[in-house]
Design a protein around this ligand. Structure first.
Ligand code: PRP
Ligand code: URA
Length: 206
């Protein structure tokens, strides 16, 4: 697996802006959506464009486009939902699958409680979750998606802990993970420090 941490000042600026607890839930979700768009932009840098004919003002012409039928976005509920809103604005014809997970507050192990996917076999699955803490949720999500035989799996994450990145890297060496910011460490409750706090709670006023 390759881990890519963004070095773009705009990405860092936006991540640091959501550390401020005075921003409200709507602003938090909107910033998460914007950061997800920038992460997608960075993740698609080397993407090959597919030729497609379209009708233009000077007649039919062929241009290069991202083949959106090849892409399945998979937000991890809850906190991945605003990321999905952001990337879906850019690639509105890509399909979306849903995976709902909740990390147990005592054991810190994730539990899957809902999944619903379109066809994934042979496609590019792009997982979306703002927080990569112990890495347990992302590692389990990747295992679920891998079982559906995608051509490739990518993950977009906003804030990560080094421990979680290392864990996912060890279990899933062939997945590319694009992270906006790798923070310092996990605390004793397995929250990322400095991190964002509980991203789902902040996004939805829980
Ligand atoms: C958060 C986050 C990740 C997970 C990361 O979700 O969105 O899915 O924790 O932690 P891990 O790397 O240690 O597994 P949470 O389980 O709190 O659910 P929520 O989105 O409903 O708040
Ligand atoms: N989940 C979160 O939302 N934040 C963390 O720091 C860790 C897990």
């Amino acid at each position: 697996m390759a881990v890519y941490e963004s070095s773009h000042p705009l990405v860092k600026h936006l991540v640091n802006s959501i550390r401020d607890i005075s921003i409200d839930a709507a602003q938090f979700r909107s910033r998460i959506a914007q950061i997800a768009q920038l992460l997608l932009y960075e993740a698609l840098t080397e993407w090959k464009l597919a030729p497609k004919k379209i009708e233009t003002w000077i007649g039919e012409k062929e241009f290069g486009f991202i083949d959106q039928k090849e892409i399945v976005f998979i937000p991890i509920l809850r906190a991945g939902l605003p990321m999905m809103e952001g990337v879906s604005e850019l690639l509105s014809e890509a399909s979306v699958g849903f995976l709902a997970m909740k990390r147990d507050e005592e054991t810190f192990k994730p539990h899957i409680f809902y999944e619903r996917f379109p066809e994934i076999a042979g496609k590019i699955a792009i997982l979306l979750d703002p927080m990569l803490a112990t890495g347990g949720s992302l590692a389990d999500a990747i295992s679920v998606v891998k079982a559906k035989n995608p051509a490739r799996i990518l993950s977009l994450n906003i804030v990560a802990a080094p421990e979680g990145v290392e864990y996912v890297q060890r279990l899933h060496p062939n997945v590319d993970v694009h992270i906006a910011q790798i923070d310092s460490h996990l605390n004793e409750r397995k929250y990322i420090i400095p991190g964002l706090g509980d991203a789902g709670d902040r996004a939805y006023n829980t």
